[in-house]
Design a protein. Sequence first.
Length: 339
Amino acid sequence: MEKVSTIGLDLAKQVFQVHGVDGRGAVVVRRTLRRAQVLAWFGKLPPCLIGVEACASAHYWGRELHKLGHDVRLIPPAYAKAYVRRNKNDPADAAAICEAVSRPSMRFVAIKSERQQAAAGIHKVRDLLMKQRTMLRNQLRGLMAEFGIVAAKGTARLGALLAILADPEDRRIASPLREGLLAVAETLGTIERKLEAIDRQIVEAGRGDATYRHLITAPGYGPILSSAMAAIVINPGAFRRSSDFAASLGLVPRQEGTGGKVRLGPISKRGNGYLRRLLVNGAMSVLNSKRAKDDPWLTKLLAAKPRKVAAVALANKLARIGWALMMRQEDFRTMPAAA
């Protein structure tokens, strides 16, 4: 086999596809590897450039291949897709990854360490539990409403429905639905306790992170947002400026145009949806606080735009503030009041 300079590796659960080229770009290897063969096969190769799509297991394989001396770079799947020539299959995907990783203008995803990946993963667990909690609450409200039992909106009002279920004398809901709803209420309580425990773990872990301590000083940045930002954005230097970082989170208008005419639409909603949602929630908390009345920019924005549109605009600003704090590694400084 001639010397391989660049490899495109298409990951999977059990079957991996390898596409390698030499320094001139000529194909020198195309083969399939089983999961148990990957590290042994790459261990026999001299150090080379390996491109991998940034998927669920990409960070693990990136760390393992890096230990073998290879230069591993993770590519966003949307960027590699443009290089697929015809039909989509494993060999075509590996060839596209090999082509994409050699482009000088390609953007890459930083490989997370085990600790960083665990810090980001706990937020995925929290997000899943929150979705399950919402599902259970809606199911409980919907089924009890079919029997004429309705509570006002809001989490605090849900306790009235739970009290009705817990009252053995109240028989407005017949069996066996009553027993099923009691099981739903019990599961809901378990999820609530697990979420509280996870929130405590996130806060305790964040206290030992310098980036977390800097971010939490900014307005709109609570413990959850600060922890998620520090865990997910491990290389803010990959963005040239703060506006690029905000655009990567989908907090800028989507552009559509041709012939020199550009039309701005709603926000693009690209990038990490979890971070974007937390930033918008943080922006809403700022708008609901006294700070909104004291800030001329926010006052003018709220007078001209709907409240939720203003929240998205403020979320863009919070993202840029967060990028600056992560780059400079310093606390947030408020602007001095005008004379």
